[in-house]
Ligand binder design. Structure first.
Ligand SMILES: C[S@@+](CC[C@H](N)C(=O)[O-])C[C@H]1O[C@@H](n2cnc3c(N)ncnc32)[C@H](O)[C@@H]1O
Length: 207
């Protein structure tokens, strides 16, 4: 476990406290209300989504590479009715068979995966044809001025945070990987620094 991994795990909830209280938790709750059946959550971090799942949610597989994050996850807070199973691993190499999940949840994680296209193809592989990908991500800005700043600062940001990118074009990556975006909302993340403020959230299906 690297020092960066330990630090990001120790600071994550503190950093997100303001945005969560100002609206992000409510975004999560509304998004997760759509989760059903057998669920895979990639990069659950400290488990902030766990208490926000609906009681009807089934078995949840939490796939997280950073053991320091996982150590902070209280598995008892899972609000779904199925079991929670923690698996250490990466979203680009999911240790499950094809078409094995009804819902995949990705919140604030596609900014951190090494290759979004490779990861999204892997998510598509394990998602059932009738399944849904629920996403909430901070992304590249639509406004040119802010986008340029995101591009400029990204190399430094990525080094400081360990893996996060400011300028991911996640909606484009979803479409390129063969997902059809069914619902999409863009909104500024409340009480967040300008460079991470642009977000998208919604639902995608395999097209
Ligand atoms: C910014 S945190 C978000 C945590 C949580 N999903 C949330 O919504 O607050 C990013 C998480 O993604 C995880 N992560 C990074 N690269 C990953 C990968 N390739 N596959 C799966 N998870 C990854 C990190 O370890 C971390 O827990």
């Amino acid at each position: 476990m690297s020092l960066k991994q330990k630090l990001s795990a120790a600071l994550y909830d503190l950093i997100m406290k303001g945005p969560e209280a100002a609206g992000v938790t409510e975004w999560r709750r509304q998004l997760l209300a759509k989760a059903g059946g057998r669920i895979l959550e990639i990069g659950p971090g400290t488990g902030v989504n766990l208490p926000l799942y609906p009681a009807s949610a089934g078995e949840l597989v939490a796939l997280e590479p950073n053991a320091a994050m996982a150590e902070r996850m209280d598995q008892h807070t899972y609000a779904g009715s199925g079991d929670l199973r923690f698996v250490q691993g990466y979203a680009h190499d999911i240790p499950f068979e094809d078409e094995s999940f009804d819902t995949i949840v990705a919140t604030l994680v596609l900014c951190s995966v090494p290759d979004p296209r490779e990861t999204l193809l892997e998510l598509k592989r394990v998602l059932r044809p009738s399944g849904r990908l629920l996403f909430l991500e901070h992304v590249a800005a639509l406004e040119e001025g802010l986008q340029k700043w995101q591009d400029r600062v990204d190399p430094i940001w990525n080094r400081i945070t360990g893996d996060c990118h400011l300028n991911r074009r996640t909606a484009d990556h979803l479409c390129a990987a063969g997902f059809e975006i069914e619902e999409l909302e863009r909104a500024p993340m409340p009480r967040a620094p300008a460079l991470v403020r642009p977000t998208i959230r919604g639902v995608a299906r395999v097209s």
